[in-house]
Design a protein around this ligand. Structure first.
Ligand SMILES: C[S@@+](CC[C@H](N)C(=O)[O-])C[C@H]1O[C@@H](n2cnc3c(N)ncnc32)[C@H](O)[C@@H]1O
Length: 325
């Protein structure tokens, strides 16, 4: 049986290239680039934040970060708003495109506040089968978000202050005392060195172009002992016929597929993330890989990916938590 996957030599996958070329047509590009997906839903944001928090506790990391920073919040600032509702005092959101709109943020915030007030269970695999990481239990984590902690965090005056911060549009979208949204961000000095307790991202680090530079920025923002928590998806995001088919494309083909999009995929496999994280000075405390079968063999890969190991070729995702040394 012939295995179907994109290979430049014999079976070029034309649709992604056409899509890439379509990005040069202004109207088409706008239609194709509507929204990023997940954070449009309050329940998604609640679920993602609590998963990072529960796993931080499990791995001995701080569960009361005062200052949090998020890379790539996407359609809303909801995951960071969930962090604020859990007691964090300041939230930095950094994106390459300003997707999040003030009205949507407010709507999500109000829904999130209700979820926390009800101590709602964490929406799990039934509701969001594609969200990772998975947890052993989706019960509300009252061992972390204790009654005392939530009583303080959900005080009406505090909720009002966060709403006010969300409305403050003086600096970009909504920079107040508690929320700063930088989109686009380019330089690490946008956040003071050593001022952040926790940096996290969900489905973002596979997209950033300058991966090593970004890990260096995250390192500089964190205080000593601060930590980062990332879910990363190494799959092709619809650019190939196989989940790992994007590693068969040469750089020239990949440029056509990306077209004019502000970001697509950096195509770095798991082992490169691990190398960069260690090179920057982090200690990895948890690295959970999602394994998937490969119908592609090492010999099918583009020469640019000749260093990809069998292990990388079957690693379609990872959840990584690491501490600044
Ligand atoms: C797939 S979306 C994920 C959005 C959100 N985290 C979620 O879970 O729904 C990827 C996000 O990464 C952002 N992104 C891409 N490159 C980035 C960069 N260099 N720095 C920060 N964000 C980036 C995109 O703009 C987009 O918001």
């Amino acid at each position: 049986m012939k295995v179907l996957f994109p290979r430049e030599a014999d079976n070029l996958y034309l649709l992604p290239i056409l899509k890439g070329l379509g990005t040069y047509i202004p109207g088409l590009h706008k239609i194709a680039s509507k929204g990023t997906g997940g954070t449009i839903s309050a329940r998604y944001c609640y679920s993602v934040w609590l998963r990072h928090l529960v796993l931080a506790q499990k791995h001995g990391l701080s569960i009361q970060p005062e200052v949090v920073a998020e890379l790539g919040p996407g359609d809303s600032l909801g995951i960071g708003l969930a962090a604020l509702l859990s007691g964090a005092d300041r939230y930095y959101a950094l994106d390459i495109v300003k997707h999040a709109l003030a009205d949507k943020n407010m709507e999500i915030f109000d829904e999130l506040a209700e979820l926390f007030k009800r101590r709602e269970m964490i929406p799990g695999e039934d509701e969001f089968p594609r969200i990772k990481p998975y947890l052993d239990s989706y019960e509300f984590p009252d061992h972390i978000l204790t009654e005392e902690r939530l009583e303080g965090a959900l005080r009406p005056s505090r909720i009002e202050a966060i709403r006010k911060a969300l409305l403050d549009r003086k600096n970009r979208c909504c920079c107040g005392t508690q929320i700063a949204y930088f989109a686009p961000w380019y330089a690490a000095d946008i956040i003071k060195e050593g001022s952040v307790d926790m940096v996290y991202s969900q489905a973002v680090l596979e997209h950033v172009d300058d991966l090593l530079g970004t890990y260096k920025a995250l390192y500089s923002w964190l205080r000593d002992g601060g930590f980062m928590s990332h879910q990363i998806d190494f799959k092709d995001h619809g650019t190939a016929g196989e989940w790992n088919g994007h590693w068969t494309y040469s750089d020239a083909i990949w440029r056509l597929i990306r077209g004019k999009r502000p970001y697509l995929l950096n195509r770095h496999p798991h082992s490169r993330h691990i190398r960069f994280i260690k090179e920057c000075g982090f200690d990895i405390v948890y690295d959970s890989k999602v394994k998937s079968d490969s119908r592609i063999s090492i010999g099918d890969l583009s020469s640019r990916f000749s260093d990809i190991s069998k292990e990388d070729l079957t690693t379609s995702g990872a959840f990584i938590q690491a501490v600044k040394r």
